[in-house]
Design a binder for this molecule. Structure first.
Ligand code: COA
Length: 432
């Protein structure tokens, strides 16, 4: 049978496809902008047919209706990265958070620690050989599909076909729903004066020919706007957004100095506007790989001059960084931060940067503190931390004692908090 016949045999409607989910199943949902919203909508409409279906998902950008209180008997949400639409559910106990580095996440499925019953995903249309691409969401979605008992896919002309390890043959999909859904759009952030100052300091640490990773949040995205005077930058990143495309168009990102995957931009997933999704479609300059590969610290470290740029919520005097919790509140997730901090650390001439505004809550709270809030968890530990940047400067913590770290951090704290922080340092660390 040729692939087209196989494809046609598997075609069904979204309403019928979700009837294959059973009570108690673990359903892994395609990530971020590639979330299959049509299938999720039909699954929630069919909720009376299920109880305790476990929905495993990272960044949720759609409505996340399965998180609503009235849907709890039917669904429980296992959030691997808390987002705007799941934060309330986590806070109220309808959803739970599982800590995991992104490099390790697919192995929870592959190693049967969290066996996968069903994968719901969004795919590109098949090519002339019958292969669909996971496009903008390769990350954990492709590995989960490879070990799921049932794969249900929305196939849409709007999902880009991306090079790299992104393909699945139609024979490996169980139910195919043709539709016209579009990947979710994430508009570029508005850049504030604080972001500009932070971007300027990050740019000071980035040399021509460096290979960059850019994390999630306003700061990493805005850093790209301050690199327009650089030359021959490379990209090996988990998340890839519109700012990178602008730098390619300006001739700044060429990947010509990359020693690993030379002349290729390497990523795990894509979140941005239609401009980004058009740019990556069939573009041999762009390759996507699962987290098992792209987030592996050993793989990251094969890039010389690797610079990782991520954000955080709080750092203490010793250099412990809380990036995904505010006290006991699970705000986001560790994602790939530690994977890239460690990969950059092992790269020849590598550097990791954690950049954030010096204050939160409209200037009322210092993000540089003597000790982390009760309940906060460490994402980047003090043994791995390297550069911390705020709008007041750069603190290089590598190889520094606790006292030197505290002093360097106080220097880049907001001036309103420096006197209190100095008092804390004296009180807690033997009058230093
Ligand atoms: N105490 C209390 N509230 C704080 C705080 C603190 N120490 N730090 C930040 N906040 C508040 C902010 O005021 C803001 O509140 P608002 O939305 O009411 O204004 C909110 O928390 C978010 O902070 P912000 O710095 O604006 O977040 P962001 O959207 O830029 O994202 C992270 C920053 C750290 C949450 C995000 O980068 C993240 O989740 N990182 C961890 C994972 C990661 O790095 N992955 C990288 C590989 S993709």
């Amino acid at each position: 049978m040729n692939w087209l016949e196989i494809y046609k045999q598997k075609l069904t409607t979204a309403e019928d496809a979700v009837k294959n989910i059973k009570s108690g199943d673990r359903v892994v949902v395609g990530h971020a902008a590639g979330t299959p919203e049509l299938l999720l909508e039909k699954m929630v409409e069919n909720k009376e047919a299920y109880h305790d279906v476990e929905i495993v998902h990272q960044v949720a950008m759609g409505k996340s209706l399965y998180c609503l209180p009235e849907n709890r008997p039917h669904f429980v949400h296992n959030s691997m990265f808390v987002g705007a639409t799941s934060r309330q559910a986590v806070r109220e106990g309808r959803s739970f958070y599982t800590p995991v580095n992104n490099n390790d996440l697919p192995y929870l499925f592959i190693d049967n620690i969290l066996p996968v019953d069903v994968v719901l995903c969004m795919l590109s249309r098949p090519d002339e050989h019958g292969y669909c691409s996971f496009g903008i969401s390769v990350d954990y979605t492709k590995p989960a599909a490879e070990c799921a008992k049932i794969v249900i896919a929305e196939v849409t002309p709007h999902m880009p076909r991306v090079m790299g390890d992104t393909f699945i043959h139609v024979s490996e999909i169980d139910y195919i729903v043709e539709c016209d859904t579009k990947p979710t759009i994430l508009n570029p952030p508005t850049i504030t004066a604080i972001d500009e100052a932070i971007g300027g300091y990050c740019a000071e640490l980035i040399n021509d020919g460096d290979c960059l990773q850019l994390g999630i949040g306003a700061v990493p995205d805005s850093v790209l706007h301050f690199l327009t005077h650089k030359k021959d930058l490379g990209i090996h990143t988990e998340m890839f957004s519109d700012g990178v495309v602008d730098l390619v168009e300006q001739g700044v990102v060429t990947c010509s100095k990359k020693n690993f995957h030379p002349k290729k931009m390497v990523a795990g997933f894509f979140m941005g506007t239609e401009k980004l999704y058009k740019f990556i479609n069939n573009n041999i300059f762009v390759e996507a790989y699962p987290f098992t590969y792209v987030n592996s610290p050993e793989i990251i470290a094969k890039n010389d001059n690797m610079v990782s740029i991520n954000s955080a919520l709080q750092v203490d005097f010793t250099g412990q960084v809380a990036s995904d919790t505010i006290g006991y509140l699970q705000y986001s997730g560790s994602g790939g931060q530690l994977d890239f901090v460690r990969g950059a650390k092992k790269s020849k001439n590598g550097r990791s940067i954690l950049a954030f505004s010096s204050t939160a809550a409209g200037g009322k709270i210092s993000r540089i503190v003597s000790h982390l809030d009760e309940g906060a968890s460490v994402c980047t530990d003090r043994m791995d931390v390297h550069y911390i940047i705020t709008e007041y400067g750069i603190a290089n913590l590598k190889g520094k004692s606790v006292i030197e770290r505290a002093k360097a951090l106080i220097n880049i704290a907001h001036p309103d908090f420096r006197a209190d922080l100095k008092q804390d340092l004296k009180r807690l660390y033997h009058n230093m």
